[in-house]
Design a protein around this ligand. Structure first.
Ligand SMILES: [Zn+2]
Length: 221
């Protein structure tokens, strides 16, 4: 229950470097000296080739949400609902994590959203790692994968009764491409601000009168 202390881990010889790291504000992983595999959770041999020649390395702390559930039952130290997530670290390993700093709702907890590790001191001995969305203006992109290259609104602004939402999204996307000097064949997809095309397609059959003009950005990987 909220107010009660959440259960805390007890460091072992195998996990001591990890808990020493969180106490120092570092997320520490292990990497095989033979095959270079980086792994988690801690163990004294490589999880890929079983070599015992392993080194401790510091994670960048950057991750993406891989999967999650929202837990609605009370538990010591937690106020439901709260998310239990699996995050994928930039270095490759996945780990269980709570997500802090955002509402614990499906709308806010988007799969693949960028996260960064944060640390919450529990006792003198134990500091727990959690994940949170990057602060505004600090969102990052995985190098070489995605770039925002153009932004635009629909050609006509305001209420446009003779065009469906999908048509408006397409118009805004084409304008965003033009803004970036690109063709539709240059990109993998678009992101839109406003009502999502999938929502429109499933609820209104693209015939909603008085559609509001959306904005759009073109993205290229
Ligand atoms: Zn190995």
């Amino acid at each position: 229950m909220a107010g009660e202390m959440r259960p805390l881990p007890v460091p072992t010889p195998e996990t001591k470097h990890f808990w020493d790291g969180t106490r120092a504000g570092e997320l520490r992983l292990q990497r095989c000296d033979d095959c270079r595999h980086t792994y988690f959770p801690p163990r004294p041999f490589c999880s890929k080739c079983a070599s015992r020649k392993v080194s401790i390395v510091r994670s960048s702390g950057r991750a993406r949400r891989f999967s999650y559930v929202i837990h609605h039952r009370p538990a010591p130290g937690f106020t439901p609902p709260y998310a239990i997530s699996v995050v994928e670290l930039e270095e490759g390993p996945r780990m269980m994590s709570n997500i802090v700093g955002c509402p614990q709702t499906p709308e806010a907890l988007v799969l693949d959203m960028p996260l960064e590790v944060t640390f919450e001191r529990q006792t003198d001995a134990i500091t727990l790692p959690s994940s949170s969305p990057p602060a505004a203006g600090e969102a990052y992109m995985r190098p070489g994968t995605v770039a925002v290259v153009g932004a635009a609104e629909t050609t006509d602004l305001g209420v446009i009764p003779n065009l469906s939402q999908i048509q408006l999204h397409a118009d805004a996307a084409l304008n965003a491409l033009k803004d970036a000097g690109l063709k539709p064949s240059d990109i993998d997809g678009v992101a839109t601000a406003g009502e999502a095309p999938t929502t429109v397609a499933s609820t209104s059959a693209s015939r909603r009168p008085g559609s509001t003009a959306p904005r759009s950005v073109a993205v290229r990987s």
